[in-house]
Design a protein around this ligand. Structure first.
Ligand SMILES: Cc1cc2nc3c(=O)[nH]c(=O)nc-3n(C[C@H](O)[C@H](O)[C@H](O)COP(=O)(O)O)c2cc1C
Length: 198
């Protein structure tokens, strides 16, 4: 039986007309050519959660909200993550931060990387996100894809597409190679060390 790791591509902005869809489609095309992992899009539009109003942190209390339960279940079912993230005021979107606040154990001891975009490649958002993920016991990885002003303005204003920036493909493949390695390694470790972790 094929036992490929499952990797979620998390789309973390939800507004109408979001830029996220351009890199999402591009990344899904690249990822779907691989046979070493199964990739799945996890769009926060499909998980419309209220601002966090639970009894406590999910570290102590599982969420009661039904959508949050579904979101936590989805995160639990995955072995690794790619966050497609914009930069909102030098950080991640409020929607993503809210979603992260609802989940704890389901993220633990799994790896994540990033496809970010913004004036400076969305890098400030990624660095904030790494801090948040540290608390969730997610291993955040070095290799990621950044889209800066050139690509953003080209796509938003000049009718270009991701195909006009072919140099990004190599970076994406390196990112995926590395993520799959970590996803395999940490999945094996979680399985073999399950008793210790309990
Ligand atoms: C509330 C808000 C704050 C933003 N702040 C930044 C920022 O700090 N740095 C940046 O490079 N771009 C910033 N932008 C511009 C975004 O990079 C750009 O709008 C991008 O398309 C947003 O991603 P989205 O289209 O997927 O929502 C901001 C956009 C919004 C809506």
């Amino acid at each position: 039986m094929v036992d490929r790791p499952r990797i979620g591509i998390i789309v973390s902005t939800t507004r109408q007309g979001r830029f996220a869809d351009a890199p999402l489609k591009w990344l899904v095309d690249i990822a779907s050519k691989r046979n070493d992992a199964d990739f799945e899009v996890v769009d926060l539009r499909d998980y419309p959660m209220p601002f966090f109003e639970e009894m406590g942190s999910p570290f102590y209390v599982p969420p009661a909200n039904e959508v949050a339960k579904k979101w936590a279940g989805k995160i639990d079912s995955l072995d690794g993550y790619i966050f497609i993230t914009a930069e909102y005021n030098h950080s991640i979107s409020g929607v993503l931060k809210n979603a992260l606040d609802y989940v704890y154990r389901e993220f633990n001891r799994k790896p994540a990387t990033f496809l970010s975009y913004g004036g400076t490649g969305g890098t400030r958002a990624v660095e904030h996100l790494r801090h948040i993920l540290a608390e969730l016991q997610v291993a955040s990885l070095k290799w990621n894809v950044t889209l800066g002003m050139t690509e953003l303005l080209g796509i938003m204003r000049e009718g270009k597409t991701m195909a006009d920036y072919p140099y990004l493909v190599e970076t994406a493949e390196k990112m995926l190679d590395d993520l799959v390695w970590w996803t395999d390694a940490l999945r094996d470790a979680r399985r073999s060390k399950a008793k210790l972790a309990a």
